[in-house]
Design a protein around this ligand. Structure first.
Ligand code: PAF
Length: 285
């Protein structure tokens, strides 16, 4: 595995690398969810293609009161995992390498970014779009893989790629969960024992809505009310948002039907740890 901290070294490597180049952008602190992204990348690239993974804790997607400084950076363990999972190039630039001191250009997606996480994290998706576009410039991947746990991020990136005609195919990778259902996240490690034991109820709450739909419920208002009630009842949790939306336009729905694939999306805070999760709702019969 080649590692590169400089943009010029990464670009030179990528321009010579056998295609397809399959790219997994991350902020490091890699866990089994990332391992599954890398395995999907490896399968997609095939034995001859190239898998590139970036680790960059992107300052521009953190708000002033967010956890940029305490975001975990276990580089040696991350590098080991990348090597074991068959990454070909690990690109890990510094903030100074990525951003000119007076950088002044950014990408703003103005529709899908406005609600959900965008509502509670103003500017977050500008930072995500800008850094992902920069990484695409450097790596020039054929395919890029993102986790479905960050469903809104995936939708926003798909929209950016579509609207800016970026020559890359975006693929989603299913959320990996702990045995008890908690979606894997680099932030889970900050949960207290008590909160960790309550956090799987987020998944149970989503699952319960999916069962309600399977049982014939089509009213989004009722499903959403139950979602909010169940999340609010989790000890130690405070609700950030709970919505049921069209899965790709992220627009609100009134009623579930076969024409509008729907997804429940939630964010919950346990103290200063903010967890997000989402689940596709079945198509009503
Ligand atoms: O999902 C993440 O880890 C980040 O938002 C990403 C896509 C690597 C951009 O910094």
């Amino acid at each position: 595995m080649k590692t590169a901290a400089q943009i010029s070294a990464a670009t030179a490597w990528c321009r010579m690398a056998p295609s397809p180049i399959v790219f997994v952008p991350t902020m490091g602190a890699l866990h089994a969810g990332h391992a599954s992204l890398i395995r999907q990348a490896r399968r997609t690239a095939g034995p001859k293609g190239s898998v590139v993974l970036s680790i960059f804790v992107n300052p521009t997607q953190f708000g002033p009161k967010e956890d940029l400084s305490r975001y975990p950076r276990p580089f040696a363990a991350d590098r080991k995992l990348c090597r074991e999972e068959g990454v070909d190039l690990l690109f890990h630039p510094s903030p100074e390498a990525m951003y000119a001191r007076d950088h002044s250009v950014s990408i703003h997606e103005k529709s899908l970014s406005s609600g959900l996480c965008g509502g509670s994290r103003p500017g977050h998706f500008d930072g995500v779009c800008t850094v992902v576009a920069m990484l695409f410039q450097i790596v020039a991947p054929d395919i890029a893989i993102f986790g479905e746990k960050d469903w809104q991020q995936l939708a926003v990136i798909r929209r950016m790629v579509r609207d800016l005609r970026m020559p890359v195919t975006i693929k989603g990778c299913r959320t990996v969960r702990e045995k008890d259902g908690l979606a894997l996240s680099s932030r889970n490690r900050f949960l207290s024992r008590e909160n960790r034991s309550m956090a799987p109820r987020i998944y149970q709450t989503l699952k319960a809505r999916s069962m309600e739909v399977a049982g014939g419920e089509v009213s989004v208002a009722r499903l959403r009310r139950n979602l909010i009630m169940d999340l609010a009842a989790i000890p130690g949790a405070s609700l950030d948002y709970a919505e049921i939306m069209h899965e790709s336009t992220l627009s609100p729905l009134k009623k579930l039907d076969a024409k509008n694939p729907a997804r429940a999306l939630v964010a919950v805070r346990f103290g200063d740890v903010r967890l997000i999760d989402n689940m596709a709702l079945p198509t009503p019969r």
